[in-house]
Design a protein around this ligand. Structure first.
Ligand code: SF4
Length: 110
């Protein structure tokens, strides 16, 4: 049984069938074809541009303990959560520096 049938039920729309087919294992030629198609679609929709996102760190508090992450719960670091005034100040600073796309970053914390 294909992997996709274990994730989604067999009665699915054409769009869902196409999506689940993308999740199936691929050989090198198929990966290359997918990469070419992806690049062509990206260029058609966005042109040859690079969009920069500036991270705005809202909080480094987190209840989880992912091994690769500096925000991990057991990591003995100073924990900081910005108040609204600080978030606005940071966002204005980034905007003044020319950034038009801001990536809000925070750990998972109630
Ligand atoms: S911030 Fe995200 S990646 Fe980092 S420990 Fe928390 S849940 Fe994991």
């Amino acid at each position: 049984m294909p992997l996709s049938d274990t994730i989604f039920p067999p009665q699915k729309s054409a769009l869902l069938r196409r999506f689940t087919a993308l999740l199936e294992p691929k050989d090198d030629a198929q990966i290359t074809a997918l990469a070419r198609e992806s690049a062509a679609i990206t260029r058609r929709h966005f042109g040859k541009t690079i969009r920069l996102f500036a991270p705005l760190y809202l909080s480094n508090e987190c209840i989880n303990n992912c091994a690769y992450c500096g925000f991990s719960r057991d990591n003995a670091i100073l924990r900081v959560t910005l108040d609204i005034a600080s978030v606005v100040k940071e966002a204005r600073h980034l905007a003044a520096e020319g950034f038009r796309n801001i990536l809000l970053v925070a750990g998972e914390h109630p």
